[in-house]
Write a protein that binds this ligand. Sequence first.
Ligand SMILES: Cc1cc2nc3c(=O)[nH]c(=O)nc-3n(C[C@H](O)[C@H](O)[C@H](O)COP(=O)(O)OP(=O)(O)OC[C@H]3O[C@@H](n4cnc5c(N)ncnc54)[C@H](O)[C@@H]3O)c2cc1C
Length: 368
Amino acid sequence: MKAIETEIAIIGGGIAGCSTALHVALRGVPVVLLEKRQPGAAASGVNFGGVRRNGRALEELTLAKRSIDIWHTLPELVGNDCEYAMNGHLKVARNDADMEAMETHAKAQAEYGCEVEMISRNALLARYPWFSDVAYGAAWCASDGQANPRLLGPSFAHAARRAGADIRENEPVAALEKDGDGFLLRSENGLEVRARQVLNAAGAWGARVAGWLSEKVELWPMMPQLVVTEPVPYFMEPALGVVGGDVYVRQIPRGNLIFGGRSGTADLDEGFGHAITEETLCTLERTVKVIPRMADVNIIRLWSGVEGCTPDHLPVLGPSRTTPGVMHAFGFSGHGFCLGPGVGAVMAELLLDGETKTPIEAFDIGRF
Ligand SMILES: Cc1cc2nc3c(=O)[nH]c(=O)nc-3n(C[C@H](O)[C@H](O)[C@H](O)COP(=O)(O)OP(=O)(O)OC[C@H]3O[C@@H](n4cnc5c(N)ncnc54)[C@H](O)[C@@H]3O)c2cc1C
């Protein structure tokens, strides 16, 4: 089989890979994306759907802002809004120490133009009478939102195809090697792609791909697990998360509640996350303590997904430190859905212009 020749090859069709493919294709540059399964089949398609800056690490705030600006343009960019809605996000405290820590973080976030309002317990209960008095107060970010993860990856992949990208499904890349002044990629099916530059957007498998270039990075799998209930009357407009991460909930206008807070299991070789029923019951118990009316809902489905987590919980974004011509975009540590549309814009700039206006120094693979 003759190798496909291209300018840029992307390994992985999650939101990081698909959004980069779109931004590269929109600049008229040939790009081939190889995805082991289907676009958005891994973490990007099974996550909670939170699009949030509230409580986010300061290093990620500028990238998150850039990304959220792109979220607002999805109908024009990819032809569909992916059910993105700017309904706001509540980070809920259970005690005074949580409130103080959130207040300090909110002040620091303000320096980045991210407005977060602190709400006292009385004001919170007046605004949202469905909280129990376990809720001690909250940080409110009106510019945060939520979206349907099942739509995002495929929408970016379709748009990238329309813009000229070659998106290959069911093509697990098995090898990546130097080839003259470029690279040769081989899939398990025997497909060969020759590219001048390569992007490693392999999600939880990103460290394996980096390992092919003798580049070591600690990345362990994290497997948050989620639950969806039957539809109940709509009462919860904002998405919310409780400090500590053991309870997070959102409701879609159709009425279904989606919530999570504990972990499933995963085997990277097999490639899937698996939910654990007992963990779900524990999540439900904790959630009901905060939102008592959820005691009466019926669960209809639970699932888990696999994400790559780095030691400092920040992603790996930018050039390889062993192999010029290779870029990395993986290890989003549980919060890369919000960042994904912006990551593609940034990676396209790095690949095509050699620089980006968005600060990403904190994400350099060399920091480990
Ligand atoms: C349950 C759960 C809840 C989450 N909730 C949120 C949230 O509310 N908000 C938020 O911002 N983030 C959330 N996240 C994190 C978010 O989903 C991820 O950070 C983001 O989707 C990562 O995108 P990605 O493109 O890096 O990875 P992925 O979507 O995992 O994509 C990587 C792709 O690479 C492919 N691949 C791997 N190896 C190869 C290979 N050798 N050849 C070809 N293809 C390969 C995989 O098949 C996969 O499709 C959550 C994650 C999970 C699992």
